[in-house]
Design a protein around this ligand. Structure first.
Ligand code: FAD
Length: 386
């Protein structure tokens, strides 16, 4: 397909990656976001090799490597700090052909914004879409309207346009745990600077991984009922209580993080949903398949969506509708599998059935590193770029 004008709603990881891919393919693109200032939700993200490969394909590999942390090992530890498993990640990189990169979200967003050869139109909240057989129009709260050939709804986990595409509202599912995340200066009394460490116990996790700038991206997970409220002045006390008796590096982290630069959120996912496309409107990223972060794949899937959609548009001259059908079939299969796998893993990690979580702790100590790498490689290699 050629000479398309594509309107993208949402300038998160998904919308921006799609915008870059579509512009590189020669399409006209407009990106809109409702916010006044783009600020990423969350401090860090680990981009597994399938996500990094999308960025490589878009010519951003070198820039990604410059902002990514070097993660050579992955270690699981008990809450007391005893090593359960210590996995060398080099064979995984050999197998899949690309390093994973943990990265600060502001660095990633900056890189994507610089790579997008246009301007994101801020303070444009999309409130409705209209379409006929020739075009689609986005309607904004401020009265602006824009018409294109295709509209990509990359408007996140609480997507308004998902309701339009599905014809009914689908509420996100609560993952039954709360996540705190932020950045701290890297230091050996927290973790080795080339390792991803994950302390596990009592259905909770405390974790750190390296990002550029000699920092660790950290997170804590605690299963809690929906609706617990807190504020930054309480975060340290909350975490001190939840992680009482845990190993010294966890205590050091709790003393060191800046609560005012830390996020606290309830984890949700979405789907699998029945469709991703309605006429000229295509859902992309979390709008279609928000994913529990327990596989580190939600953002990677959003990136894959943008590339795959662009490829289907580029490689057919049948019709745009035909390209969108293929996009939908391809991405529904891939992302449904990831959403379900991540949800299952979230339940296992966070004690939905305590005996299963107990078994997992035992299994961590017995598992062969090759099996752990194999399971990660399987998810990566099921992506579009092998
Ligand atoms: P978003 O980033 O949510 O962007 C949506 C955008 O749409 C926003 O900018 C919003 O302002 C805009 N918008 C919404 N509504 C409208 C509207 N009506 N009009 C205009 N604009 C609108 N993924 C990984 O790959 N690896 C990880 O390690 C990882 N860790 C995670 C950790 C946590 C704690 C969480 C919560 C998620 C994690 N993820 C991870 C998932 C990843 O963050 C998401 O999948 C990804 O950010 C989704 O990007 P998106 O562009 O689809 O949505």
């Amino acid at each position: 397909m050629y000479n398309l004008k594509v309107v993208i709603i949402g300038a998160g990881i998904g919308g921006l990656t799609a915008g870059i891919a579509l512009r590189q393919a020669g399409y006209e693109v407009e990106i809109y976001d409702r916010v006044k200032e783009l600020r990423p939700a969350g401090a860090g993200i680990s981009l597994w090799s399938n996500g990094v490969k999308v960025l490589n394909r878009l010519g951003l590999g070198e820039k990604m490597a410059a902002i990514g942390g070097l993660m050579d090992r992955m270690q699981y530890l008990t809450l007391k700090g005893d090593v359960l498993s210590d996995i060398d990640l080099h064979p995984l990189v050999e197998e899949v052909g690309q390093r994973p990169y943990p990265v600060a979200r502001t660095d990633l967003q900056q890189m994507l914004l610089e790579a997008y050869p246009g301007e994101v139109k801020l303070e444009h909240k999309c409130i409705a879409v209209e379409q006929d057989e020739n075009s689609v129009t986005a309607i904004f709260e401020n009265g602006h309207r824009t018409t294109g050939d295709l509209l990509i709804a990359a408007d996140g986990v609480r997507s308004l346009l998902r309701t339009y595409v599905l014809g009914q509202e689908v509420q996100p599912n609560y993952g039954h745990y709360v996540n705190w995340n932020g950045l701290v200066p890297a230091s050996e009394d927290l973790a080795a600077k080339n390792s991803w460490v994950i302390f596990v116990g009592e259905h909770k996790r405390a974790s750190m991984m390296p990002v550029a700038g000699d920092r660790f991206y950290f997170f804590f997970d605690v299963p809690l009922p929906k609706g617990t409220v807190s504020s930054p002045e309480n975060y340290r006390a909350e975490l001190t209580e939840h992680f009482q008796g845990w190993a010294q590096p966890v205590q050091n982290l709790i003393q060191r993080f800046d609560p005012y630069k830390t996020n606290r959120l309830e984890i949700h996912d979405v789907g699998p949903i029945d469709r991703m496309v309605r006429g000229r409107v295509a859902l992309l990223g979390d709008a279609a398949h928000a994913t529990c972060p327990d596989l580190g794949q939600g953002g990677c899937q959003a990136m894959e969506d943008g590339l795959v959609l662009t490829q289907y548009l580029l490689t057919t001259n049948i019709s745009m509708e035909y390209a969108l059908k293929r996009y939908e079939a391809d991405r529904k299969e891939r992302t449904s599998a990831v959403v379900e796998k991540a949800r299952k893993r979230a339940e296992m990690i966070h004690g939905k059935e305590p005996e299963i979580t107990q078994k997992w702790y035992q299994q961590l100590a017995q598992e062969e590193p090759a099996d752990v790498r194999g399971a990660i490689a399987k998810v990566i290699l099921a992506g579009p770029l092998r």
